[in-house]
Write a protein that binds this ligand. Structure first.
Ligand code: 6PG
Length: 243
């Protein structure tokens, strides 16, 4: 499903409202809400909104468990660190118990960090399916999502839930949930904003399947929902009924 919002601000409000609704439903149904946050710049405004009223009061933060879809393997105080961004914009302002916040810590030994984070997830989801209630994702202009980059071996990974990725043109290692793990989620929401994302968004949604070149096409929840929250600028190349 694609929902076209007027701009990033309205996209962010829609995302925050969806986050709150999913959280309330999950806690009502199962007593907890599990979410994997996205990195990048697009979700920042959503996180800022969630840190304020009415969401400060409406979201059941005490029953919320925070994970990440991916992380850059840099020190936790490095401005590129996704967990740092989430703490600054959201987590330092809402009462999620610290023991329920699970950052990917990979600035020293990425391979061991991937194994450790997978063990944490398998302990948290003992039935063998990492069924996050919500996974938030962004879309890179080259078709990557989380840290599933074009041409990387992690795209073929069917068994592991977490893998380390070396991103050559960044000179960085990263950790990422694999597509196999993301596709176990109850709901996956892409947030895509800006005119520069219009070509890749069209390619992801309208072009023939080519997930090796466009990894975002790997995201097809097995038994869950998939929502594209996009703004008008990003959707300018899609012929789609506007909302
Ligand atoms: C990251 C993200 C990455 C991001 C896209 C879009 O750590 O960089 O996980 O997948 O979502 O690159 O980034 P923007 O939202 O900044 O365009």
């Amino acid at each position: 499903m694609i929902r076209i919002c007027a701009d990033l601000e309205s996209l962010s409000h829609a995302a925050a409202e969806l986050f709150a609704a999913e959280a309330l439903q999950a806690v009502q149904d199962r007593g907890r809400f599990t979410v994997a946050l996205s990195g990048g710049s697009t979700p920042r405004r959503t996180y800022e909104l969630l840190a304020r009223e009415p969401f400060g009061k409406t979201v059941p933060w005490q029953s919320t468990h925070i994970f990440w879809g991916d992380e850059r393997c840099v020190p936790e105080n490095d401005p590129r660190n996704n967990a740092l961004t989430a703490r600054q914009t959201l987590l330092d302002h809402v009462p999620v118990p610290q023991k329920q916040i699970h950052p990917m810590v990979c600035d020293r030994f990425p391979q061991q960090a991937a194994v450790a984070y997978e063990a944490l997830l398998r302990d948290f989801f003992p039935d063998g399916h990492p069924r996050f209630d919500l996974v938030l994702l962004g879309l890179g202009a080259n078709g990557h999502t989380a840290s599933l980059f074009p041409g990387t071996a992690v795209l073929e990974e069917q068994q592991r839930w977490v893998a380390e990725v070396s991103v050559a043109d960044e000179g960085l290692h990263r950790l990422t949930l694999t597509a196999a793990a993301i596709n176990q989620a109850a709901l996956v929401v892409f947030m895509v904003s800006g005119s520069d994302k219009a070509p890749i968004l069209r390619n992801v949604l309208k072009e023939a399947q080519d997930p090796h070149s466009i990894p975002a096409q790997l995201i097809k929840p097995v038994d869950g929902g998939l929502l594209w929250l996009v703004d008008r600028d990003a959707a300018r190349l899609l012929r789609q009924r506007k909302e």
